[in-house]
Design a protein around this ligand. Structure first.
Ligand code: NIG
Ligand code: FE
Length: 405
């Protein structure tokens, strides 16, 4: 007997190669012990539903997708940056504010001042924004502590959120996010601290799955990132990179040299970067929320990424400075309107490709037997509606590891 069987539903399995969205009309999906035990056409079920599962859920023609995977967020932080938003509306740029000691560094002060419990409490509200729109897996970065104690506090808070929110959490250590004020006069010492002390310490206690960095004029140089990435590799952690967001630093090519899981943002990505990513299988994570919120004008080279066969994921980038957005569906809409992804590409970007970008594709991201039974049930007549509406309450039910939550 299966634990639960969903019938009278249409499935967007997101398995590539067949019908759009890997769709199965009048499908059924079953869960046992938290995993998908059966997927297919309801007509092919071996017996009547009630003889197959302890609980049968009739879905009145809802669409079922894999639970959404938000593969790039900075959900945990103290304070907010609404004041900075006002300054930017008066004409100050993100870079000017950062150079004047605002920006990320101001969130660092607020995050250091917050207790772990306070961080969990404020992030839980943002996480609820994601889960009420179907997210079942989320990546959460550190990067607003910038010393060992506060980075660990952030990563522990991120871990607590998993159990609290019924969501799978992947944690990323983002030590090279900004130069902390106490190292203003000695960049090299901070980079060394991150590589030689913080990464080994964090890896030793299993608090992170990956290492990220902000490769940018107002962040860190490719050489500095290179140094930190070698430490990540030595310590058995995957890497990913904020690359080519505001300028071209050849960060994506560097990330690809390290077989990075992903390179993220990519507005200024060049042809060499695309080729390197294609070769390495590095996922392009598109973050239209940050593009929108910073009022950027140069979009990532979507057409060329597509032509090169680079996998494209879409994420919220929820953070206080460049994407204070807790709506994954809004990110899907923006990926289509601003970056010209097709709705199918956008939805794949927040399911299958988001999972790939987290190294989780064997576990989640498509509706396939043996993967976790992480599902989202939607009140829509076609999957394209998930990218079309802005702000509509489309989620009917979220299923995490086989349980409706
Ligand atoms: O993904 N660019 C670096 N990191 C974030 C922004 C962080 C912040 O401004 O607080 C991003 O855009
Ligand atoms: Fe980011």
């Amino acid at each position: 007997m299966w634990d639960t069987l969903w019938v009278d539903a249409n499935l967007a399995t997101m398995i590539p190669g067949g019908r759009p969205y890997g769709a199965i009309m009048r499908g059924a999906v079953a869960a046992k012990d938290g995993e998908i035990a059966w997927v297919g056409y309801a007509a092919d079920l071996p017996k009547p539903p009630d003889e197959l599962a302890r609980e049968v859920r009739r879905c009145a023609d809802a669409w079922i997708t894999p639970g959404l995977v938000d593969c790039h967020t900075h959900l945990v932080f103290g304070g907010d940056r609404a004041r900075e938003f006002e300054l930017r509306l008066q004409g100050a740029s993100y870079e000017e504010i950062a150079r004047a000691g605002g920006g990320i560094v101001s969130t660092v002060a607020a995050t250091r001042a917050a207790s772990r419990a306070e961080l969990v409490k404020s992030a839980a509200k943002r996480l609820a924004g994601l889960t009420r729109e179907g997210v079942t897996s989320v990546e959460i970065k550190s990067g607003y502590g910038l010393d060992l104690e506060n980075e660990i506090k952030m990563l522990e808070a991120a871990g607590e959120l998993g159990a609290l929110g019924n969501v799978r959490v992947k944690r990323t250590f983002l030590g090279l996010h900004a130069l902390p004020p106490e190292f203003k006069e000695d960049r090299a010492a901070y980079v060394q601290l991150v590589a030689d002390v913080m990464i080994p310490a964090i890896a030793a206690v299993g608090l992170a799955d990956a290492v990220d960095a902000f490769c940018e004029d107002i962040g860190f140089t490719a050489d500095e990132v290179d140094y930190v990435f070698s430490s990540a590799c030595e310590n058995g952690l995957a890497v990913k990179l904020h690359a080519e967001q505001l300028s071209n630093q050849s960060g994506a090519a560097l990330a690809a040299r390290y077989q990075a899981l992903s390179a993220d943002h990519l507005e200024y990505l060049d042809d060499a970067g695309i080729a390197a990513m294609a070769q390495a299988g590095t996922v392009a994570v598109l973050l239209p929320g940050a593009f929108y919120f910073l009022r950027e004008t140069q979009a990532p080279p979507i057409e060329k990424l597509r032509a090169a066969g680079v996998a494209m994921a879409v994420a919220s980038d929820c953070n206080p400075g460049t994407s204070p957005m807790t709506s994954p569906l809004a990110a899907l809409n923006m990926a289509c309107t601003l970056f010209r992804l097709t709705p199918e590409e956008a939805l794949a970007g927040m399911t299958r490709e988001g999972a790939r970008a987290l190294g989780l594709l064997d576990d989640v991201g498509t509706l396939e037997v043996g993967k976790a039974a992480d599902l989202a049930l939607w009140d829509v007549k076609s999957p394209a509606e998930l990218c079309y509406w802005l702000g509509a309450p489309l989620l009917r039910e979220r299923v995490f590891a086989g349980r409706a939550v």
